[in-house]
Design a protein around this ligand. Structure first.
Ligand code: ZN
Ligand code: FE
Length: 267
C-alpha cells in the first residue's frame, strides 16, 4: 500500500478495491484511528486493520450511494464501532450522520467542509479540508484526475455548477478521487486538445506510472486546471473542439461541458 503524506497533518493511504477503485484511509497517527472513504468493499479495510492492529476504524465517509462506494459499510459497521457519515439526500446504509451542503465537520482535529456536487448522482457530496494551508479534497466520482464522473442522475448544468465550485478551491488543493481512470481520461483530453503540451507531458508521466503498476493519485487542482477538459469548458480550444464534434456552434461553459461529456461517453 502506498503512503501519501501531506506536508502537515493529514496522511492518506490508498487501498485498491475492485478493478479501479481506491478506498482512501485518512490516518490519525496520534489517536491511532483511521477513517475510510467510500469503502465499496470491506475486505481491503479489514485486511489493513488486521495488519495494523494498533489502529481502529472510527469513521466512514461516503460521497454518494453507488454500490462500489457503500458496499462495505455493513460489514465494517458489524466489526467495528465506526460512525458512518454520508449525504442526507441519498440512501446510505447504516448512516449515523446525514450531511448537507455547507456542513462543517470535525474529524481527528481537522475541520472538514461539505460541498454538494450534484451531477454524477443528485446527492453527491465532496469533503474539503483547508488543513492549515495544505488543503485536500475527497471528490468521489465527481472530479477525477483528468476527467469527471458520468451524468447518471444529474444534468450538465448541475455538473457545471459543481465543477465550478471545486475549481474555486485553492490551486494547491490535493485531490483524492475514487477511481484510477487517469490514463483513459488523459487520452480523451489529448483528443480534445491535441496541441495542449501540459496534457501531452502528463499523459507520458501517467503512461509510465501505469506501466509500472503504480497509481496516479492524488492529483492537485492546479494540474487539473491545465489538463482536465472538464475544468476547461471556458477555454477556446475546448469550445472549438466541442463545436467541431457536435457540428454546431457550442458556447463556452455549460454547453461545452455537456458536449464534451457526451463525446467522452462514446469515446
Ligand atoms: Zn459512482
Ligand atoms: Fe464509483
Amino acid at each position: 500500500y502506498t503512503l501519501r503524506k501531506s506536508c502537515l497533518m493529514s496522511t492518506f493511504i490508498a487501498l485498491p478495491a475492485f478493478n479501479d477503485n481506491y478506498i482512501w484511509l485518512l490516518v490519525d497517527e496520534q489517536r491511532q484511528q483511521v477513517a475510510a472513504v467510500d469503502p465499496g468493499d470491506a475486505k481491503p479495510v479489514i485486511t489493513w486493520l488486521g495488519r495494523n492492529p494498533e489502529y481502529s476504524l472510527s469513521h466512514i465517509l461516503i460521497t454518494h450511494h453507488h454500490p462500489d462506494h457503500v458496499g462495505g459499510i455493513n460489514a465494517l459497521k458489524a466489526g467495528t464501532e465506526c460512525k458512518v457519515w454520508g449525504p442526507e439526500a441519498e440512501a446510505i446504509p447504516g448512516r449515523d450522520r446525514a450531511l448537507n451542503d455547507g456542513d462543517t465537520l470535525t474529524l481527528f482535529g481537522l475541520t472538514l467542509e461539505v460541498i454538494a456536487v450534484p451531477g454524477h448522482t443528485l446527492g453527491h457530496i465532496a469533503y474539503f479540508c483547508d488543513n492549515a494551508g495544505d488543503p485536500w479534497l475527497l471528490s468521489g466520482d465527481t472530479l477525477f484526475a483528468g476527467g469527471c464522473g458520468r451524468l447518471f442522475e444529474g444534468t450538465a448544468e448541475q455538473m457545471h455548477h459543481s465543477l465550478s465550485r471545486l475549481a474555486a478551491l485553492p490551486d494547491n488543493t490535493r485531490i483524492y478521487c475514487a477511481h484510477e481512470y487517469t490514463q483513459s481520461n488523459l487520452r480523451f483530453a489529448r483528443a480534445v486538445e491535441p496541441d495542449n503540451t501540459d496534457i501531452k507531458i502528463r499523459l507520458e508521466v501517467v503512461d509510465d506510472l501505469r506501466a509500472a503498476g503504480r497509481m496516479t493519485l492524488p492529483t492537485d487542482l492546479a494540474l487539473e486546471k491545465r489538463t482536465n477538459p472538464f475544468l476547461r469548458f471556458d477555454c477556446d480550444a475546448v469550445t472549438q473542439a466541442a463545436s467541431q464534434q457536435t457540428g454546431a456552434t457550442v458556447a463556452p461553459g455549460v454547453e461545452t461541458l455537456a458536449a464534451i461529456r457526451a463525446w467522452k461517453d462514446r469515446f
